[in-house]
Ligand binder design. Sequence first.
Ligand SMILES: Cc1cc2nc3c(=O)[nH]c(=O)nc-3n(C[C@H](O)[C@H](O)[C@H](O)COP(=O)(O)OP(=O)(O)OC[C@H]3O[C@@H](n4cnc5c(N)ncnc54)[C@H](O)[C@@H]3O)c2cc1C
Length: 522
Amino acid sequence: MFQVFAGSGARKKYADDEQQRTDVPDQSADGEVRHVHICILGTGFSGLGMAIRLKQRGYKDFVVLEKAEDIGGTWRDNTYPGCACDIPSHLYSFSFALNPNWSHMYSPQREIQAYLCDCAQRFGILPHIWWNNELRDASWSDDEQRWHITTSQREFTTDILILGNGPLSEPALPHISGIENFEGEIFHSAKWRHDLDLTGKRVAVIGTGASAIQFVPQIQPKVAHLALFQRTPPWIVPRLDHPISEEKKRLYRLLPFTQRFVRTRIYLRQELTALGMVYNQKAMEKGMQFAREHLARQVADPELRAKLTPHYAMGCKRILVSDDFYPAVAQPNVEVVTEHIREVRTRSVITEDGQEHEVDVIICGTGFHVTDARLPQCVRGRGGQTLADAWSESIHAYMGTAVPGFPNLFLLIGPNTGLGHNSMVYMIESQLSYLLDCFKTMERKQAQVVEIRSEVEAAYNDEVQQRMQKTVWASGCVSWYLDARGRNTTLWPGFTFEFRRRTRRFDRQNYDLLPQYIPLTT
Ligand SMILES: Cc1cc2nc3c(=O)[nH]c(=O)nc-3n(C[C@H](O)[C@H](O)[C@H](O)COP(=O)(O)OP(=O)(O)OC[C@H]3O[C@@H](n4cnc5c(N)ncnc54)[C@H](O)[C@@H]3O)c2cc1C
């Protein structure tokens, strides 16, 4: 038996790990697990990283809920052509599981997912995963001091709930009048239709964000015509991707410190960008000049170049890296449309100027529900208040991790932990250390419950929002970093090493700790 609730796909793929089920939560006689100490949500970098770090510390009483049939989160779901990381792979990976075998500086999606699967196998996490278990409800019980969990398959309780459901895991479709009447094919880039051959088709791509600039160069040579609907041009700098030589891979295998050295160098280089974004926007001017030269080198037509030239401060929206996007859009079968879309008809897209663009397929590169995701609606803290209620004005959490009114609930890469310039895995690992120290403190103090003090969380969020005012993200552009009220609730307003420093130790003075619950009947 591999896993009582394993999906058939996962069961087949990880069959060799079926025998590992020794170190997992106890089941009662009927094979049910009724209570676990820790429940983690998701098998992306966050959930998997948490599971690995717990396992390394000797914890065995934890489960990982995964709504899908495989590991990887972002890197399982985004399979569009050209999908790859945009932070170099040496850095965009766990510090405790360096991979000397990356094929490229920016490795493709398939390789990143394989890396995560390998980590899950190597660190013995597979037997802890409950596949096809979508979290439907999590309710805190004050009487029992534990969480009641309902998934698509079962019910159980847990002392501690850790949400690693990912900030970019719910694709957002655009609200355009008439889009539901479109009679061609329409899909989001995170749900790529591999069954659909785009050869010879007239394709509309909506959006020019991080995903679109990766898949447009891949589909452009195939399609008959590509209408690229651009709201705002992104700042794009050269990616300079290249294969990693066999000699280098051998060196990294033999002398891992050499790869660690490269990783540190990349980290410091990336971190420099925060200087311009957060502390001194003048420092971005060099970057803007560099990006303009990149555009000028790759696009000869002055009219097209004008359309592709950003007119906002670099960094206000995510800075993108690409060597092949501009050459692709400069091809004769591509039209960059800067007029706003007015409506979609059965076979065409109409822009504000009244022009009709006939298309067979619409691909939405329109991002994700970041500040308005669904999951918070099904997490209920003290008094039945949902996380969505607590966040009705704006999402917020102390260190992106803890929310008042939600005891023993921890978020991984929650509000204001996102980055415009460096690896999210660095932020995730900072939180993992913080939580491990928190659990150690709970054990040492024999505490059953920890909860962030509301005044501490409020002061923290004031500080974050205060600092945000001076950053490039507040310089006036429209971006997915901002919520409906214009507050930047997604990004960390500083150097990442500051976040690491502040999460190095669990600051128990900022939390209420309640002692172990002992029922009167015992
Ligand atoms: C195309 C793309 C490229 C990116 N490139 C980079 C990059 O180069 N560098 C970088 O730093 N960041 C990048 N990011 C950001 C990326 O999302 C994070 O780096 C990281 O992968 C997030 O990991 P996660 O585990 O928090 O979330 P995810 O990877 O989204 O994983 C969340 C998991 O939770 C599961 N889940 C969600 N809801 C439920 C539920 N209700 N019940 C059960 N399971 C649930 C999901 O199925 C999923 O497996 C990229 C994002 C995208 C979309």
